[in-house]
Design a protein around this ligand. Structure first.
Ligand code: ADP
Ligand code: MG
Length: 245
C-alpha cells in the first residue's frame, strides 16, 4: 500500500490498571487504503469505537503505531496532533453533535473557524449542496430531520477536505430509509471523489455499502469480508456471536 491511507500496526489500547484493567484493543494491525470504504463490525465492547478513536488521533494507543498519510501519529505532540486532525481527519458520530444555536452553514463553517481560517460562503454552500442541503443553509438543527442533521454533520466533517472520514455508527440513530440516504451519500463520495471512509456499524445492510467489512472480537481482528452482500455479512455476525468465548 502507498503511504497515503491509514495504517495501524500492532495497536494495543489498555484502560485502567491492575485488576480493573481492560484491553480494548489487542495488537490490531490494519490498513485503510485511499479511496476505499471499510465497515467495522463486532459485538458491543469489542473495541470498535476505540479502534476509530486511535486511528483518528483522538486517542493514543498504549503501544503500537498509527500512520496517516505516512505521518506517524503516536510520536506527535498534542499540538501537532490537533493540527493534523483538523486538516486530515473528519469524524461523525451517532449523535450528530451539532451546536443547536447555530444554523446549518454556521455549524459547517465551525472547523474552519476553529482552525483560525475565515470560511468562504461559497465553500460552505458547496459542501452543503454536496450533501443535498443547499436549500437548508439557514436552518437550525431543530428545524431539520434526523437524516438532514446527520448530513449537516457530514458536511461539517468534509469542509476541511479530510483524507479520511470516520463514522462511529453514523446511521445508528436514523430510520432505515434515512440511514440508506446517508449511506448512498457516503458511497458516492468514495466512488466519485476517492474519499476514504471507515465506518462502525451494527447493521449488515449498512455494512454492505462498504467494499470491505472488518470484524473485531475482544479487541482483535477476527476476519474480514470483501464485496459481501448483507446476507453474507449477517451470517458472519451470527457465526461470531455463536462462537464459544
Ligand atoms: P465498542 O465500540 O465495540 O462497543 P469500545 O471500543 O467502546 O467498544 O470499548 C471496548 C472496551 O474498552 C470495553 O470493555 C469498554 O468498556 C472499554 N473502554 C472503552 N473506553 C474506555 C475508557 N475511556 N475507560 C475505560 N474503559 C473503556
Ligand atoms: Mg462503540
Amino acid at each position: 500500500m502507498t503511504d497515503d491511507g491509514i495504517r495501524l500496526h500492532s495497536v494495543t489500547r489498555r484502560f485502567g490498571s491492575g485488576s480493573t484493567a481492560v484491553t480494548a484493543l489487542d495488537g490490531v494491525s490494519l490498513a485503510f487504503s485511499r479511496g476505499t470504504f471499510t465497515a467495522v463490525m463486532g459485538p458491543s465492547g469489542s473495541g470498535k469505537s476505540t479502534l476509530l478513536q486511535c486511528a483518528a488521533g483522538l486517542d493514543r494507543p498504549t503501544s503500537g503505531s498509527v500512520a496517516v498519510g505516512g505521518t506517524e501519529l503516536t510520536t506527535l505532540s498534542e499540538t501537532r496532533l490537533t493540527l493534523l486532525r483538523r486538516k486530515r481527519i473528519g469524524f461523525v458520530f451517532q449523535a450528530f453533535n451539532l451546536l443547536p444555536s447555530l444554523t446549518a452553514e454556521q455549524n459547517v463553517a465551525l472547523p474552519l473557524r476553529l482552525a483560525g481560517r475565515r470560511p468562504k460562503k461559497a465553500q460552505v454552500r458547496e459542501v452543503l449542496h454536496r450533501v443535498g442541503l443547499g436549500d437548508r443553509a439557514r436552518h437550525r438543527p431543530t428545524e431539520l430531520s434526523g437524516g438532514q442533521q446527520q448530513r449537516v454533520a457530514l458536511a461539517r466533517a468534509l469542509i476541511t477536505r479530510p483524507d479520511v472520514l470516520f463514522g462511529d455508527e453514523p446511521t445508528g440513530a436514523l430510520d432505515s430509509r434515512t440511514g440508506r440516504e446517508v449511506l448512498t451519500l457516503l458511497r458516492g463520495m468514495v466512488d466519485r471523489d476517492g474519499q476514504t471512509v471507515v465506518m462502525v456499524t451494527h447493521d449488515p445492510v449498512a455494512a454492505s455499502y462498504a467494499d470491505r467489512v472488518v470484524f473485531l472480537v475482544d479487541g482483535r481482528v477476527n476476519g474480514e469480508l470483501r464485496g459481501a452482500v448483507a446476507g453474507d455479512i449477517a451470517a458472519h455476525v451470527t457465526k461470531l456471536e455463536a462462537a464459544p468465548c
